[in-house]
Design a protein around this ligand. Structure first.
Ligand SMILES: NC(=O)c1ccc[n+]([C@@H]2O[C@H](COP(=O)([O-])OP(=O)(O)OC[C@H]3O[C@@H](n4cnc5c(N)ncnc54)[C@H](OP(=O)(O)O)[C@@H]3O)[C@@H](O)[C@H]2O)c1
Length: 274
């Protein structure tokens, strides 16, 4: 496993996404992932699976400090009188005293971002979260958070895969010693079907999914969080640290970018051009 060093912290460079992994299936998938070697687990209050994640984490016998656990607060729950109680409930479900990273899941245009950041800073000071960050923030809002409100943020979690240009976001994050956590890193099956990625995969004797994840982890500022419910896919997605893409292969995959955004719900902010 490769680790990213950011703001003096060491963070596993590949995480497990858990959206949709609930109940016994969720416990089993997270348990399988931990046995394979995953140490970075991404959940959210919205996924309704923190209890399953917590059961797998606590049953693993792994020392808490070896794990990196993220959860997120849904935008309609960002009010001062709601979020702290919900985060305390998350910690009970996750069977832990703190999360390593607490994220604003989506921006809420009805609540000033400075107010939410102050609330998150307070939860960090109380020890509920070791670090705070954001998700689905476009560049202007991220800059407002960092430069106007002086927030100390670790990551922006956004959609990122070969079909979406996130280079301006990555450059902005690098200026602030922050990471991009890449959600939907496999582009919901599109990466596997792409002829360029398939050809590069053939060269390396790897699958298109492995090449796509390798392309992501080979970018210094990026941490992908693929999700899988199947042990064979969990293993394959973790088996990406024994080969490397050439700079020419990296560029060929980067050239696939252009308008490939998959997550665009009604509550999404005005996105940066991609
Ligand atoms: N912050 C946000 O707003 C946000 C939004 C979306 C997602 N996320 C996070 O990002 C995580 C990942 O995103 P995602 O789950 O939407 O998409 P993803 O990880 O790109 O793709 C997941 C899909 O790919 C399949 N898959 C995974 N590995 C595979 C492999 N090696 N071979 C073949 N198929 C494979 C899975 O099926 P199997 O289960 O059958 O393997 C699943 O259907 C989420 O779980 C969540 O934690 C965050």
């Amino acid at each position: 496993m490769l680790y990213r060093t950011i703001k003096g912290l060491s963070i596993p460079a590949l995480g497990l996404g858990t959206f949709g992994l609930k109940g016994d299936d969720g416990v089993r998938a997270v348990r399988d992932a931990l046995e394979i070697g995953y140490r970075h687990i991404d959940t959210a209050q919205f996924y309704a699976n923190e209890d399953a994640v917590g059961e797998a984490l606590s049953g693993s016998g792994l020392a808490r400090e070896t794990l990196f656990v993220t959860t997120k607060v849904w935008p309609t729950n960002l009010a001062d009188d709601k979020a702290p109680a919900l985060v305390e409930e998350s910690l009970r479900k996750l069977k832990t005293e703190y999360v390593d990273l607490l994220l604003i899941h989506w921006p809420n245009p009805d609540i000033p971002v400075g107010q939410t950041l102050a609330l998150f800073k307070g939860m960090k000071e109380r020890g509920l979260a070791r670090n705070i960050g954001v998700s689905n923030f476009p560049i202007a809002l991220l800059r407002e958070a960092l430069e106007t409100h002086g927030a100390d943020l670790l990551v922006n979690q956004v959609e990122y895969h070969p079909f979406l240009n996130q280079q301006p976001m990555i450059d902005t994050l690098a200026q602030h010693d922050m990471l991009l956590t890449a959600y939907m890193p496999l582009a919901k099956g599109r990466a596997a079907a792409d002829p360029t990625i398939q050809a590069i995969a053939h060269t390396h004797g790897k699958s298109p999914q492995q090449v796509t994840l390798r392309w992501l982890v080979q970018q210094d500022q990026v941490v992908p969080i693929p999700r899988s419910s199947r042990v064979e896919n969990l293993k394959a997605n973790f088996d990406i640290f024994d080969f490397a893409l050439s700079s020419e292969e990296m560029s060929r995959i980067s050239a696939l970018r252009g308008g490939g955004r998959l997550a665009n719900p009604a509550w999404a902010p005005a996105w940066d051009a991609a």
